[in-house]
Ligand binder design. Structure first.
Ligand SMILES: Cc1cc2nc3c(=O)[nH]c(=O)nc-3n(C[C@H](O)[C@H](O)[C@H](O)COP(=O)(O)OP(=O)(O)OC[C@H]3O[C@@H](n4cnc5c(N)ncnc54)[C@H](O)[C@@H]3O)c2cc1C
Length: 231
């Protein structure tokens, strides 16, 4: 879990029932000074941010800290789509910045007596990056604008997430390639941008989980076939 050292509370999803289905799941606000709550010192991730493990050992909180007590999973997850869309927009911003940096570099870096932007190999990379960037932007904006005053649609959010996460990785990777050894150093921001967008394929639901959700929606299935009730 990220940003634990900046927060005094953690919103924790937990089971209220024993049916072993998502219907058991509700949410509790756990203050970080609650008895039985602790967290690790944090591990540095690729993007130089800290990730923490949380431990709940007989943790007790007042009854009023119960936000939703079971049968609330659908509600919790639908709100989560708004948070997901925010992280998709963040990936889009990083990919956009990487594209612009590579574009500027291609216009100024000279090799073999000409700007590298005159080589077709570089031109096609830039063209493909722009196609992916615009497609990701349109999918993200569609999910956001269709939300109107409400919450983003589950399918549109997952579609935007899968495409943008993949496109952002490829755009950052191509930007590094265009900038050669400079792109690979930490003097330039691309290594950090790549590390940052890489996490987006994992947090907020991994790409595999989002593909499961897209397929479930397309096939009209309520639950994943491989989801087994916990014992
Ligand atoms: C930068 C970052 C920030 C994070 N911040 C938070 C946070 O603030 N709060 C929070 O609660 N969590 C946070 N997380 C945790 C994140 O939500 C989990 O890492 C994520 O849900 C994946 O869980 P896992 O790491 O245990 O991987 P696992 O669930 O162990 O998955 C391992 C691999 O198996 C695949 N897999 C698992 N199940 C299936 C399936 N049914 N079908 C197909 N493939 C499957 C996964 O896609 C993945 O490739 C953060 C993670 C990162 C990287």
């Amino acid at each position: 879990v990220s940003f634990v050292d900046h927060n005094s509370y953690t919103l924790t999803y937990c089971r209220f029932g024993t049916t072993g289905t998502p219907g058991d799941i509700g949410a509790v606000i756990v203050p970080h000074d609650a008895p039985g709550f602790s967290h690790s010192k944090g591990t540095v991730n690729m993007a130089d941010e800290l990730l923490f493990e949380l431990e709940f050992d007989g943790c007790r909180v007042p009854r009023e800290n119960i936000l939703l007590d079971g049968a609330a999973f659908a509600k919790l997850i639908s709100v989560y789509n708004a948070e997901r869309l925010g992280s998709i927009a963040r990936m889009l911003g990083s990919a956009n910045a990487a594209f612009n940096e590579a574009l500027d570099y291609a216009k100024t870096r000279r090799q073999f007596g000409r700007e590298i932007g005159e080589f077709q190999g570089i031109q096609w990379m830039l063209a493909e990056m722009k196609v992916k960037l615009d497609a990701a932007q349109l999918m993200t904006y569609r999910a956001a604008s269709n939300a109107g005053d409400g919450l983003p649609n589950r399918l549109e959010t997952s579609l935007a997430k899968v495409y943008t996460a993949q496109a952002a990785k490829e755009i950052c990777d191509d930007a590094i390639q265009i900038m050669g050894a400079n792109g690979y150093t930490k003097e330039y921001p691309l290594a950090h941008r790549y590390a940052e967008v890489r996490g987006g394929s994992i947090y907020g639901g991994t790409l595999q989980i989002h593909k499961n959700m897209i397929a479930r929606e397309l096939l009209g299935q309520k639950r994943s076939r491989d989801a087994k009730p916990s014992s």
